[in-house]
Ligand binder design. Structure first.
Ligand code: GRF
Length: 231
């Protein structure tokens, strides 16, 4: 059986990349390999993580569309994972990989998404709005910003007294579980199922009402606890 080749695009630390690498290593994501890791900036720590795992890695500037497309083609890439990738993907790439590109966003889309909602700004906005819960969303990428169909969401509590940095850390933990479930679905050809029946994962540090909130979000899709999702 031939492997499903993934390209992971990053801009920073690459902890989401690491979660995907670990899931491929453990067999949670099976019959797949991360064939290339591409950063849009020099010095991204994720490149080092890739190198340590013996994976081809390189910097491709966001304006080098041809180089990006050529690399994806030469590596026989079947699907793309945007794991903390801060550039907007060129439309030629989106068209070439329609329905095969996943992004992880650190909020419960459609809330706190779109232009200007990136990094710590997302968590600052969640706190300013007084939202009782936040989380992460893995979604398909279309031509809009954070507008593609949600596949998997992970819900975490927001506590009184939270700082944006503290919330960011809590969200990042569930991002890893959420992204792995979405990439697994991509490699297994199950994204259509999730599009109509998104999965919602609840963090282990529960808060009253979180399950009902997650059920509402899941639009009648399945709700799992984080530990169940990891297994
Ligand atoms: C994550 O919060 C991701 O959602 C956001 O950037 C961060 C990247 O983290 N877009 P890492 O590089 O995967 O550690």
């Amino acid at each position: 059986m031939s492997l499903f080749n993934l390209a992971v695009l990053i801009s920073g630390s690459g902890s989401n990349l690491q979660a995907v690498l670990d899931a491929v290593g453990s067999g949670t994501i099976s019959n797949s390999k991360v064939a290339v890791v591409i950063s849009d900036r020099d010095g991204a720590y994720g490149l080092e993580r890739a190198g340590r795992s013996g994976i081809t890695n390189m910097v491709i500037n966001k304006k080098e569309t041809e180089k990006l497309l050529d690399t994806l083609k030469s590596k026989n890439i079947h699907g793309i994972v945007l794991a903390g990738y801060l550039s907007i993907l060129p439309s030629d790439v989106i068209d070439a990989y329609c329905g095969k590109i996943i992004n992880i966003h650190p909020a419960l889309l459609p809330l706190f998404g779109g232009k200007g909602f990136y990094g710590i700004k997302v968590h600052q906005a969640v706190l300013a709005a007084g939202a009782p819960y936040s989380g992460a969303t893995a979604h398909l990428v279309d031509s809009g910003i954070d507008t593609g169909a949600a596949l998997v969401r992970g819900v975490v509590p927001v506590y009184a007294g939270d700082t944006a940095e503290g919330l960011q850390k809590r969200v990042l933990e569930i991002e890893h579980t959420v992204l792995v479930q979405a990439v697994k679905a991509l490699t297994e050809g199950k994204t259509d199922e999730l599009k109509s029946n998104p999965l919602t994962i609840i963090s282990e540090n529960d808060k009253p009402g979180i399950t009902d909130y997650a059920k509402g979000l899941s639009e009648l899709g399945e709700v799992l606890t984080k530990t169940a999702a990891v297994k």
